[in-house]
Design a protein around this ligand. Structure first.
Ligand SMILES: NC(=O)c1ccc[n+]([C@@H]2O[C@H](COP(=O)([O-])OP(=O)(O)OC[C@H]3O[C@@H](n4cnc5c(N)ncnc54)[C@H](OP(=O)(O)O)[C@@H]3O)[C@@H](O)[C@H]2O)c1
Length: 357
């Protein structure tokens, strides 16, 4: 059987470029279409991405020479699946057009909060995949929409999952220091007004981000009963900041847990955490979803490294003196890889293995 044909919606943006990169040389999937807006329609991909190019180098295949098409002109039936990295408002319109016929894996937040839509992270909540059946039945679609989490939620929930399973998480405070690439092309394009505001600076506001982290953390860590997803009863407060870092988000996390535990135990359960993608040896699964570092000045976004794009780095693990059973740590998470393209491709792999594609 040939490779499954993938249409990338929003292929010229930062998340879309990361999808392209994550699919390079993929054993099961092949990029069939690079689609974006009217603005870049008809351009070569290299031209359309030149002002906010996210690739380290040019892909080895012919991708950079391909012509970008307009999302609005495509026939979904020409593809086996779509990966959508469209802005929310556009995704709200376009994703259902595709999902009526084919699976849509999305990095956008357009459908994340709908009750019949899972926010799937295969290491954390693989059982939520069953919501897809309810979604297809309820909406009468042949395909479906399956989004991943917001890039800031991704690193946080991956570290909270093993802690919650072992000790029960009651309360979380988180302060983020988020990279420019998280703001898309406006963050990466050297001449953008948004980027200029962040340069040598910290912006203490990212629109809707704190609300997304709160809603999504509770949904991802929630439990499915029949077709109903019950949110995890964790209290969460967070403060999200944009900082002058090119890529990779950093988060300072403070957690109050129900059971007492030693720091050595916490380190062990974080380091040993793995899920179905690791058992199934999915092509994009990192060997270790979490690596715990002992050096007092790590993790750092600059040192996070391309090779660990799907791994969440944890460091500065310590007791928090304010909470009764308090833990504190710092994490770094690649917002484009784990938080967008790489995460979307891992989800597509999981859905294929589970016969949802
Ligand atoms: N950046 C991240 O780290 C990250 C992480 C997780 C999730 N996300 C989510 O992923 C989505 C894309 O984010 P991004 O950072 O990649 O944004 P971006 O760099 O601004 O890219 C936006 C993409 O959408 C396309 N687009 C814009 N308007 C369109 C329209 N009217 N019709 C069709 N295509 C249109 C753009 O095409 P043109 O080039 O033709 O304008 C471009 O390909 C967003 O929903 C975002 O929240 C991003």
């Amino acid at each position: 059987m040939g490779k499954l044909q993938v249409c990338i919606l929003g292929a010229t943006g930062v998340a879309g470029q990361n999808v392209v990169e994550s699919l390079e040389g993929h054993p099961w999937f092949e990029v069939s279409e690079l689609a974006a807006s009217q603005r870049t329609s008809g351009m070569r991909y290299s031209e359309a991405t030149k002002e906010a190019r996210f690739f380290d180098g040019l892909p080895e295949n012919d991708i950079m020479e391909r012509e970008v098409s307009n999302v609005e002109t495509l026939d979904p039936m020409d593809y086996d699946l779509a990966v959508s990295s469209l802005p929310t408002m556009i995704a709200k319109i376009q994703e259902p057009i595709f999902a009526r016929h084919i699976p849509v894996i999305s990095t956008s937040s357009a459908f994340r909060y709908e009750p019949d839509v899972p926010i799937l992270i295969p290491e954390i909540n693989p059982d939520h995949v069953k919501l897809i059946d309810a979604q297809k039945k309820g909406r009468g679609w042949r395909g479906y929409i399956c989004p991943g989490p917001n890039c800031t939620t991704a690193g946080l929930v991956i570290t909270l999952k093993p802690i919650n399973d072992a000790y029960g998480v009651k309360l979380v405070h988180m302060v983020s220091m988020q990279a420019l690439s998280g703001a898309g092309e406006a963050g990466l394009r050297k001449t953008s007004d948004y980027r200029k505001k962040v340069e040598m600076n910290v912006l203490p506001y990212i629109e809707n981000e704190e609300e997304k982290v709160r809603l999504e953390t509770r949904k991802v860590l929630g439990s499915l009963h029949g077709d109903t997803l019950n949110e995890a009863g964790i209290e969460i407060s967070c403060s999200c900041n944009r900082v002058h870092v090119e890529n990779v988000h950093t988060e300072s996390v403070f957690v109050d847990i129900e059971k007492k535990c030693s720091l050595d135990e916490v380190k062990r359960i974080l380091s040993n955490f793995s899920g179905e993608p690791q058992t199934l040896k999915l092509p994009s699964a990192p060997k270790k979803p979490i690596i715990v570092l002992d050096e007092p000045d790590k993790p750092q976004p600059k040192l996070h490294g391309k090779l660990s794009g799907m791994t969440t780095m944890v460091g500065r693990l310590r007791r928090d003196p304010v909470f009764r059973n308090g833990l504190a740590y710092t994490l770094t998470s690649d917002n484009t890889d784990r938080g967008a393209g790489g995460g979307a491709v891992l989800t597509a792999e999981y859905l294929k293995v589970k016969d949802y594609i």
